[in-house]
Design a protein around this ligand. Sequence first.
Ligand SMILES: Cc1cc2nc3c(=O)[nH]c(=O)nc-3n(C[C@H](O)[C@H](O)[C@H](O)COP(=O)(O)O)c2cc1C
Ligand SMILES: C=C(O[C@@H]1CC(C(=O)O)=C[C@@H](OP(=O)(O)O)[C@H]1O)C(=O)O
Length: 390
Amino acid sequence: MRYLTAGESHGPQLTTILEGIPAGLPLTAEDINEDLARRQKGHGRGRRMQIEKDTVEIFSGVRHGYTLGSPITLVVENNDWKHWTKIMGIEPISEEDQEEVKRKITRPRPGHADLNGAIKYGHRDMRNVLERSSARETTVRVAAGAVARKFLSELGITVAGHVTEIGGVKANPSPIQSLQVLKDVTEASPVRCFDKNVEQEMMDAIDTAKQNGDSIGGVVEVIVEGMPSGVGSYVHYDRKLDGKLAAAIMSINAFKGVEFGVGFEAARLPGSQVHDEIAWSKEQGYYRLSNNLGGFEGGMTTGMPIVVRGVMKPIPTLYKPLQSVDIDSKEPFQASIERSDSCAVPAASVVAEAVVAWEVASALVEQFGQDRLELIKENVQRMREHAAEF
Ligand SMILES: Cc1cc2nc3c(=O)[nH]c(=O)nc-3n(C[C@H](O)[C@H](O)[C@H](O)COP(=O)(O)O)c2cc1C
Ligand SMILES: C=C(O[C@@H]1CC(C(=O)O)=C[C@@H](OP(=O)(O)O)[C@H]1O)C(=O)O
């Protein structure tokens, strides 16, 4: 499976075309809208989120509520576009608007794609870069992920993302055993964190950063339950599913690191405290006595939950702007200020969920059949039985 996205942050719409979603999957716009709404929430978002009310339109690939196996086109309109038609160059500009509307962005913001993108594509106006490098694009990545998640639910696989750290405030390890309970608690939290004791501290940290004209980052975690074992492969580097998931997390704007299970802590622990001992029972078949490796051995799923975390850097646009250089005058300047979020870690946990759901769904489709949902269901069931009897 693969998808492309298109659209500028302040253009008329964002579009994605999904290729390879099997036929026969029940799918409505409501399935996707729920996730779009979840991405828009979270303490620390800027004014743009009050303007947008993201909803999807399905333009192809679905008839009478079922996927056809043909490309699925999804579109999310930008409400804010009506304020940007002149700047985006879609409407003719009157004489008196010329100067204001054609004003170029020439002061790159540190931490953004502005300078590298301008040099690479030869843009003297860095709006030509920022319009596309903006995380507005994650809207349709979440739409794609929602379709993948619907597919996974048909196979009894659940994906949940949440926040474990913001600005140095850490959630205590989850006492919650059930993924459904974790999901319910997290959805009710303004920072998408399961730990009620630190939720307020996280919000305070965001507010303080904002008051200081600063920004903060954090850590998100995604858990996938119900995966059969043996998905992915050890036989070639580009078939390792943990590698694909790491790339997917790293592709989210502002993500700077990924870990599975105990992750970087593995560097400090002896092997006896890292590797997950193997057991067997008639009811469960093979299982592990722990899940320190986050559901992967040899690039393949172990059948234990996948546990992957990603670290998001602080938002780069600061109201207290950092030093930069004007690309026309070459003089030092304060970076340009665009309207901005002060923390988007809660929103990013929904994006992380979406990109993980897509990769996992894609791996299952590749391994268990590509065309029909029913066929894939049968093949996954057969794999589960094979593993249990092995
Ligand atoms: C959901 C989400 C919202 C974001 N909102 C902003 C924002 O309002 N302002 C900003 O400067 N960066 C924001 N970012 C981060 C930038 O898009 C990102 O840092 C930038 O495109 C450079 O890419 P890189 O950090 O991956 O190198 C956001 C990221 C995500 C995932
Ligand atoms: C629009 C979204 O996020 C945007 C991501 C973003 C950036 O630089 O990445 C900058 C801001 O854009 P604007 O200047 O239009 O307010 C955020 O609002 C969104 O998440 O839907």
